[in-house]
Design a protein around this ligand. Sequence first.
Ligand SMILES: C[C@@](CO)(OP(=O)(O)O)[C@H](O)COP(=O)(O)OP(=O)(O)OC[C@H]1O[C@@H](n2ccc(N)nc2=O)[C@H](O)[C@@H]1O
Ligand SMILES: Nc1ncnc2c1ncn2[C@@H]1O[C@H](COP(=O)(O)OP(=O)(O)O)[C@@H](O)[C@H]1O
Length: 284
Amino acid sequence: MKVTEKAPAKINLSLDVLNKREDGFHEVKMVMTTIDLSDRIECEELPGDEIRIFSTASFVPEDQRNFAYQAADIIKSRYGIKRGVMISITKEIPVAAGLAGGSSDGAATIRALNRLWKLNMSQKEMLAVASMVGSDVAFCVKGGTALATGRGECVQPIPSPPPCWVVLAKPPVSVSTAEIYQGLCLERAPHPDVDAMIQAIKKQDFNKICRLLGNTLESVTLDRVPEISQIKSHMKRMGADGVLMSGSGPTVFGLTQYESRMQRLYNSLKGFCPHVYAVRLCGR
Ligand SMILES: C[C@@](CO)(OP(=O)(O)O)[C@H](O)COP(=O)(O)OP(=O)(O)OC[C@H]1O[C@@H](n2ccc(N)nc2=O)[C@H](O)[C@@H]1O
Ligand SMILES: Nc1ncnc2c1ncn2[C@@H]1O[C@H](COP(=O)(O)OP(=O)(O)O)[C@@H](O)[C@H]1O
């Protein structure tokens, strides 16, 4: 038997870092939403007891470092499963980009194995496994639009923003999430108004959503990747209504409700940046 699950990427519309905790993680308060750019996960039974990973992207680890492997390993030991599984990952989401590609693969693996092995896991159980894999994985299990707190694993659904286009551009560099958090100076970094963002989403006020976009981590990654400022200015010049870096970066997204502006943005960035995408915000 084979089970397939979509693993959508996320963007952070508002990301505030509140403080550094004793365990080394940071307390965050962020609004996350899924976008229509997805990897595909296929889980197929194997004879024996082994977890095997195959990924279409050559630089993604195919061993216990892969979040899909970690999710399967935790499920196997928690539920006493003595069966083998082949997990094939068709990568579409750029890697180490601030779009939670790996986290979403881990989350999709939890959903897929729940079906493949008929585990009848509750959402609470899936979220418990998710938070053992990584901070963003719980959000990816639920998807939609949510306020995420704690180290990111406490996820509270909120209404989805009004429909719009999301144009994404990733400069040709990757950043380490851990290094970006480490480089943060909480006193100097800007702190977005996350509550105001939630209110703007509830009111479906697209212009206000665009005005309130903000990310505490952006200033840290900006210092290391100068292309981010260039892409942001370029997107604004080309008519994006709101522009921000997602997560720890370096991917920049621009929002617009007009198809013509999306086309102009996409076409103008295509020659400028190796990874450019124009997708819809799913939100739900
Ligand atoms: C910044 C965000 C925003 O959504 O996304 P990405 O840029 O990764 O997509 C997340 O907070 C990333 O979450 P995730 O990528 O799951 O992080 P994890 O694997 O749990 O942690 C990687 C490392 O980042 C740091 N970390 C992560 C989360 C957090 N709240 N505080 C931290 O300090 C820790 O040093 C940790 O060892
Ligand atoms: N399934 C996976 N897909 C992509 N990267 C993965 C995966 N599993 C583990 N990783 C590792 O996680 C790191 C972060 O990747 P990713 O989740 O794409 O980025 P981000 O945390 O910036 O959203 C990568 O450097 C990669 O080595």
